[in-house]
Design a protein around this ligand. Structure first.
Ligand code: RP5
Length: 161
């Protein structure tokens, strides 16, 4: 199946964080592609990737980066597709630098920023975006949410016993 979500990251060192996005998409059987695209080290590749994504059938982009994390914002500036930004925590500053680099976008160029290291939620958000125009996928998301509720209720019951 052709990929409909692009997962990109500034470095292969981001993969241990970003893998959770891929796992979430796989859980919902959403086809995706993964790649390293750096805003600073491979500028032309970033431009090519962002400008060609919609034409290749990509419907949402998950972009993760750490430190001076310019990738999600730059990609959002280059594509009309929804972009979800994942702040990757590095060894300094606990990921606050990554978060602040991604979250404070200028008006007109939105990036849907998830929590520091929140790649799983990025994957789930991409599923929800696709589900807006895919009733079957939306139903699977609703079932997933019902499962979360059931799990919490079970834990509550166990705690009370
Ligand atoms: C960022 O620099 C990457 O997204 C990564 O989080 C960070 C460090 O990259 P490496 O030096 O590990 O390649 O652009």
């Amino acid at each position: 199946m052709a990929p409909v979500v692009g997962i990109i990251m500034g470095s292969d060192s981001d993969w241990p964080t970003m893998e959770a996005a891929a796992l979430a998409l796989a859980e919902f059987e959403v086809p995706f592609e993964v790649g390293v695209v750096s805003a600073h080290r491979t500028v032309r590749k970033m431009v090519d990737y962002a400008e060609s994504a919609a034409g290749r059938g990509i419907k949402a982009i998950i972009a993760g980066a750490g430190g001076a994390a310019h990738l999600p914002g730059m990609v959002a500036a280059l594509t009309p597709l929804p972009v979800i930004g994942v702040p990757v925590p590095l060894k300094h500053l606990d990921g606050m630098d990554s978060l602040l680099s991604i979250v404070q976008m200028p008006a007109g160029v939105p990036v849907a920023t998830v929590s520091i290291g929140g790649a799983r939620n990025a994957g789930l958000l991409a599923v929800r975006i696709l589900g807006a125009s895919d009733p079957a996928l939306r139903a699977r998301m609703a079932a997933f949410q019902a499962g979360l509720e059931k799990l919490v209720e079970e834990k509550d019951t166990a705690l009370r016993q």
